[in-house]
Design a protein around this ligand. Structure first.
Ligand code: PLP
Length: 400
């Protein structure tokens, strides 16, 4: 055909999507594949939220919305930030986008020039380096070691900073490790950021409500109000309210940055589906008990999965404080051969062999910048999770 742009070479399909497509193809061939590859809540969107969308549509909220979000949703977001994060944002400090993902695209497109560095704690959600590269940026990874509970240390951050650092990404609770930063951890990070006034800070707090066993989430903009003029606080309704399909994310930040992001968005999508915005406002203003119920379910499931994995000789598994993933280490399985005769040199080899031989889909840790690990999404039913753990145990038990 006529060909593609050079930038496509920098835009891979995320490994998460690649793995679930493989799983889907096997399922279409009639195999009983179980997938823990995608970070998608198995809960249904709350009925009251769906009703709010229905009412909005009947009320005539069916025209082009304001590019940066409807005043009603922005007011609900301002209330949410004040109530849950101790952050005061005026409506002009807020933007609503098509998922948290578009917030990141808007922000990076508006600020990154060729060669600018984006510091990303690793392991990381794949979209940060992909988006950075797409706009000519250079990802620089700050390792979050298992020995540190996968938390970002001040030393690792400082080592990654340079005069070219344009952005520092923080994502706690973390996808894929579930790591949560305590208050002292965040204060140490803020101290480093103060020494580097030329860098924007993206704090992706989309898993903030999914923290377990007394762990607490801290927003960097609340911990370090003096840095608020450089911080973009990202959130959304996908994970907290089981609303992945509605595509509503949002951010609070300095008005100049928000305006630039809105300019990008206005040229790309003209804003977010009006009916979905009404639904998101209802979710944010709705009862906190819904979120608490989901959190308790995720907490219980992740304990069940982690304990089942720990019982398998050859696997190690930290107990995550947040999000809904387990991130087991598989170092002891490397260099061995599966029952089906596959040599496991990398965690990707492991993930592919597990899918082919035991029909369990998950994603290799190296796709998130740290191997050899696996990421298992625990956002699915107990029976499926237990069956997956049993199949993983059989797979590992069969290694030679
Ligand atoms: N941030 C993190 C860390 C995520 O894991 C995800 C989704 O997987 C998102 C942001 C974006 O979610 P959405 O675009 O559905 O708001």
């Amino acid at each position: 055909g006529p060909g593609f742009a050079g930038r496509m070479a920098r835009l891979e399909a995320p490994a998460t999507i690649a793995m679930s497509m493989r799983a889907r193809a096997m399922r279409a061939e009639g195999h009983d594949v179980l997938s823990l590859a995608l970070g998608e809540p198995d809960f249904a969107t709350p009925a009251a939220v769906i009703e709010a969308a229905h009412r909005a549509a009947l009320d005539g909220q069916t025209k082009y919305p304001p590019v940066d979000g409807t005043p009603a949703l922005k007011a609900a977001i301002a209330r949410k930030f004040a109530r849950e994060n101790g952050l005061e944002y005026a409506l002009s400090d807020l933007i609503v986008s098509n998922g948290g993902k578009q917030v990141i695209f808007n922000a990076f497109m508006a600020t990154i020039d060729h060669g600018d560095e984006v510091v990303i704690p690793a392991p990381y959600w794949v979209s940060y380096p992909l988006a950075a590269r797409l706009f000519g940026g250079v990802p620089v990874f700050a390792e979050c070691r298992e020995a540190d509970g996968f938390r970002l240390t001040a030393a690792a951050l400082e080592a990654a900073m340079s005069p070219r650092t344009r952005w520092v990404v923080l994502n706690f609770p973390s996808n894929p490790t579930g790591a949560v930063m305590g208050l002292a951890d965040m204060e140490a990070i803020a101290a480093v950021l103060r020494r580097h006034p030329g860098a924007w800070i993206l704090s992706d707090e989309i898993y903030e409500h999914l923290v377990f066993d007394g762990a607490r989430h801290h927003s960097i903009a609340a911990v370090a109000p003096d840095l608020k003029g450089r911080i973009l606080t990202l959130n959304g309704v996908s994970k907290s309210y089981a609303m992945t399909g509605w595509r509503v994310g949002y951010a609070g930040g300095p008005p100049g940055l928000i305006r630039a992001m809105a300019r990008v968005q206005g040229n790309a999508t003209s804003g977010v589906c009006s009916v979905a915005q009404a639904a998101a406002a209802a979710a944010l203003d709705g009862p906190a008990s819904l979120v608490a119920e989901m959190r308790d379910t995720y907490a219980r499931r992740r304990r069940m999965v982690v304990e089942a994995l720990r019982a398998v000789p050859g696997l190690t598994c930290a107990m995550p404080d947040g999000a809904f993933y387990a991130f087991p280490g598989i170092a002891a399985c490397m260099g061995r051969t599966s029952a089906g005769g596959r040599m496991l040199r990398t965690d990707e080899d492991f993930a592919i062999a597990l899918l082919e031989e035991q029909r369990v889909a998950c994603v290799q840790g190296s796709a998130f910048g740290m191997g050899p690990y696996l990421r298992l999404s625990c956002a699915t039913g107990d029976d499926v999770l237990m069956e997956c753990c049993a199949r993983i145990a059989e797979f590992v038990g069969g290694l030679d």
